[in-house]
Design a binder for this molecule. Structure first.
Ligand code: HEM
Length: 174
């Protein structure tokens, strides 16, 4: 692969993944606890964040760019799955990281995204109806909340594994 192409792909991959992992950390450790601590304004804030800003599109874009550039880099670095490379320490590291990153991509885009969307839609329905939510809506909201919590924790673990292995794999010499 030409050097300029490799540099461009690495820039895209590292920059997008830094934004992706950074956003996951900031959301989980700062935004989410704040949303939970401010009562009724919390869900409204989340609704605005997910419907009035480009935050969901941002997450889809940075995770997709990471995975696409990563896949091309993987193919290139492995020399088209060269057997010597496949049995090396760095290969194990990059492969574990790639699998964790791919899994995080799917959990984020097909687990967290749609669940947060469903919660937002239900929240809007409850707000429109006025008064307290019905017992059915309330139990549905709790179920969605639990599912979202689980998906967010799994996503956090996966991006952390991807980041730790990717950042060090090159030096896994054993
Ligand atoms: C959250 C997800 C990810 C993060 C934080 C991440 C981060 C990084 C970082 C910091 C590097 C540079 C390491 C170095 O130069 O020593 C790197 C390299 C690499 N990443 Fe990822 N990555 C992620 C996901 C992926 C995925 C999903 C794939 C494959 C599908 C992938 C494939 C690669 C490959 C093959 C390299 C080595 C590139 C080379 O030097 O030729 N990464 N990654």
């Amino acid at each position: 692969m030409k050097a300029y192409l490799l540099i461009a792909l690495r820039l895209i991959h590292v920059f997008a993944s830094a934004l992706w992992v950074g956003a996951v950390f900031v959301y989980l450790f700062f935004v989410k606890p704040t949303v939970r601590s401010i009562g009724l304004v919390g869900p409204k804030f989340m609704q605005n964040l997910t419907t009035r800003t480009r935050y969901p599109m941002f997450m889809v874009t940075v995770s997709l760019l990471t995975v696409l550039a990563g896949a091309v880099l993987y193919l290139n670095t492995s020399g088209g799955f060269n057997t010597a490379w496949l049995s090396s320490g760095p290969w194990i590291g990059f492969t574990v990281g790639s699998l964790a990153g791919l899994a995080a991509f799917f959990v984020g885009n097909f687990g967290i995204g749609p669940t947060a969307g469903a919660m937002g839609a239900l929240g809007q329905k409850i707000a429109k109806a006025g008064g307290p939510p019905s017992p059915e809506d309330l139990s549905m909201l709790r179920r969605l909340e639990k599912k979202l919590d689980q998906a967010e924790t799994i996503d956090f673990v996966l991006v952390s594994i991807a980041m730790l292995t990717m950042a060090t794999a090159r030096y896994w010499v054993f």
